[in-house]
Design a protein around this ligand. Structure first.
Ligand SMILES: Cc1cc2nc3c(=O)[nH]c(=O)nc-3n(C[C@H](O)[C@H](O)[C@H](O)COP(=O)(O)O)c2cc1C
Length: 344
């Protein structure tokens, strides 16, 4: 489906439609996996979202990590939930029907502790109604390869993606870990495997210590850092991925307000995901959508698509760019920070 023909469930004013390959979306905002589900549908109309993304599911049932699983850190949060899952059959029978109550496309996140587990999940989900796309969470340890994060190996990522693409009829999105030296290399492996799009990024591995007990705060010793603290890193990685591949990129990491999302769009993301921010403000995504619409309208753009990947890297152009006078709802400062030349 082209972006022009994508259905519009909600009138945002400006044209916010985007596409991930054949999957047309009403707007570019969706939750990050594991952070928001249909149980929050009583708070606002979930049809307003570009898509829904499920928590990562595994083939069989599995329990999560030991307590404590969450810790607040400056500007962020450490989590080591360990992704408990009831298994794919319970997902299809009990959880997926909850998503089908909305018209919003549902992206199902898959995890695996071996390359084959992803393939088995894809086989099981083939043809199941109500699945618009699959997102592969490759930040899982490969137990057959000594527990190394699958997403750190270009060869394993390519194998996971290719096998799932071969078994699926829906677009396949590869969600990358930031815990690598070259995310561009992993992105290229995902594209070579046939991914329709790439999500960047998952959480960064972090740690916190309780000085009273001198024990790690997190039961699993280390956890995934998310929230505003990781935004600059995520933004840089999205920019690197954008330059490395020609498939759409989904930006994720520290997005809480429209101005954050707009930065990701400018560096080349087609879609954004909001995770940690939804824990304190479950309706944060609505503010992001409205702020993006305000920006598109205020700047006189034809559509959101005119903004994607428009980062200006010629310094002269950036210094002579018109002053920022952005709508309050974008969360941007009303005035730009003074440039060096102004300070002098
Ligand atoms: C409590 C929690 C649970 C998460 N569960 C998943 C998950 O099941 N699958 C996944 O791919 N990412 C999971 N994530 C990572 C998020 O989807 C997202 O990539 C990350 O938090 C960065 O975005 P944020 O800074 O907006 O939260 C989880 C994050 C948090 C905080």
């Amino acid at each position: 489906m082209s972006t022009q023909n994508a259905p519009r469930r909600h009138d945002y004013g400006p044209d916010l439609r985007v596409a991930l390959g054949p999957l047309g979306l009403d707007n570019p905002v969706m939750p990050a996996s594991g952070c928001f589900g249909p149980e929050l549908g009583s708070l606002f109309d979930l049809n307003r979202l570009g898509a829904m993304v499920t928590k990562t599911i595994f083939f069989g049932a599995r329990s999560g990590n030991p307590a404590h699983r969450l810790a607040e850190t400056p500007g962020g949060m450490l989590n080591s939930v360990g992704i408990p899952s009831r298994g794919v059959d319970a997902f299809v029978e009990q959880i997926l029907p909850e998503y089908r109550r909305w018209q919003t496309p549902t992206i199902v996140s898959l995890g695996g502790l071996s390359v084959e587990e992803y393939w088995d999940l894809a086989d099981r989900l083939r043809g199941v109604p109500g699945i618009a796309a699959l997102e592969l969470n490759v930040s899982c340890p490969n137990l057959e390869a000594g527990g190394i994060e699958m997403g750190a190996s270009p060869a394993q990522v390519e194998a996971v993606v290719r096998g799932v693409v071969d078994r699926s009829t829906v677009p396949v999105i590869s969600k990358l870990t930031p815990n690598v030296t070259s995310i561009a290399e992993i992105a290229r492996a995902s594209e070579a495997g046939g991914a329709t799009a790439i999500t960047a990024v998952n959480t960064l591995v972090g740690m916190a210590v309780d000085l009273d007990t001198r024990a790690p705060v997190i039961g699993n010793m280390v956890g995934g850092l998310s929230g505003p603290a990781i935004k600059p890193i995520a933004l840089r990685m999205v920019w690197e991925v954008r330059k490395a591949v020609s498939i759409p990129v989904i930006g994720c990491g520290g997005i809480a307000r429209a101005c954050d999302a707009l930065e990701f769009l400018v560096v080349g993301a087609t879609v954004v995901q909001v995770g940690t921010a939804t824990f304190t403000r479950p309706d944060a995504m609505l503010g992001v959508i409205d702020g993006i619409a305000d920006y598109v309208r205020d700047r006189g753009l034809e559509s959101i698509r005119d903004l994607i990947g428009t980062l200006r890297t010629d310094r002269g152009a950036a210094e002579t760019a018109p002053e920022l006078t952005l709508a309050a709802s974008t969360g941007h400062p009303a005035q730009p920070a003074p440039s060096r030349s102004v300070q002098r």
